[in-house]
Design a protein around this ligand. Sequence first.
Ligand SMILES: *Cc1c(COP(=O)(O)O)cnc(C)c1O
Length: 431
Amino acid sequence: MSEKRTKKINDFFIYKNNNLYVEDVSVINIANNIKTPFYVYSTASLRRRYIDLATSLNNIKHSLYFSVKSNSNLAVLRVLSLLGSGMDVVSGGEYLRAQKAGVPGYKVVFSGVGKTYDEIKLALNGGIRQFNVESIPEIIMINKIASSLGKKAPISIRVNPDVDAQTHEKIMTGTSENKFGIPLNSALEVYKMASELNSIEIVGIDLHIGSQITDLLPFETAFIKIASFIEKLREEGHSIDRVDIGGGLGISYSTKEEDPISVDKFAIMLSKIFSKLNIEIQLEPGRFISGNSGLLITSVVYLKEGTNKNFLIIDAGMNDLLRPAIYDAEHEFLPVSETKNNDNKIVADIVGPICESSDVFSKNIILPKMTSGDFLAIYSAGAYGAVMSSEYNSRPLIPELIVDENLVSVIRSRPKIEEVIKRDQIPYWLR
Ligand SMILES: *Cc1c(COP(=O)(O)O)cnc(C)c1O
């Protein structure tokens, strides 16, 4: 019997005999049964990322709320809910997903600048740990709804520490230029105003300075500001038992690099800044847990060889994975089957089929020469991938699958194009 040759990307994505596996399941086997493109997640990876973070925070009074907006598939939420995770939601729809995944209301925090009447009512009736509120009119609205329901609404006020998170401008949230939070210099007054409302209960303070942050310093700068502000709030008589520090921990989008921030160092920094306050630290990790736990599997449609440039045209487009188009994100491409003859290489831009010039995944990539039908895996596609997808160009939403050891299951199926078209209606006067 021949020895199996294995090469590990990590514990979850492995080459065995030159073929890419998600845990114990061969990607080619899946792709021979389900048309590309599709997303596939590793349960073990989701678990490991959650447990690694929780373990680093072991000595700190803390709780975790997975950011549902990063990946809202019920199966993904269920994996995390079974580990005890709470959820951070930003809409009524996400609230219902968390509920459906078995997360009780007291483990759900509700963030977002534009919570509507219906969404607030839904959460108050279903149970909520806290609303992270972002403006005075929102506080007044929550108070009014809670009062009409005979309830008290738990709130934390999201403050804006005015710190540059050194990330892409489209995912930066914590400077005075952004729409998020209440500036620190007016937050004291807002706390005072909220404390005078009968149906509001102040439970803490909240911040979230941005996403894909790759350096400890912006976090540290923001948290130091918040810690001293918490002391001020307590002196004024407000009971601040929780500090919700949001998400934003960056990940590596390359298989060759480690996480940019060590969670152990992150935990030590948190402990240094907050331990003297004897406060519960809440985290809202999204990408850190889901990002590296998913692949987008695609296949080559054509290799278009030009005089100046080669284009590898794949069947996944910006409608399936929007990050490269809007955040200039670079995802690593992995062959699903490693060709043994690596001499035949080409340089190409990897592009999608959408009629937009921003439908580009990678420029000037060196690849083994590929032909129509060859499969490729896009790494780090578990966060802000499927959730941001659309049906642009009348391309039905692509399937999502999950693997758990040797088990594999479709967790969102691809609608038939007829179903997609049937949602439109021609009004009677045009028939
Ligand atoms: C998006 C978001 C998160 C999660 O951000 P990640 O970078 O995915 O960790 C957490 N909290 C709030 C309020 C958010 O808007």
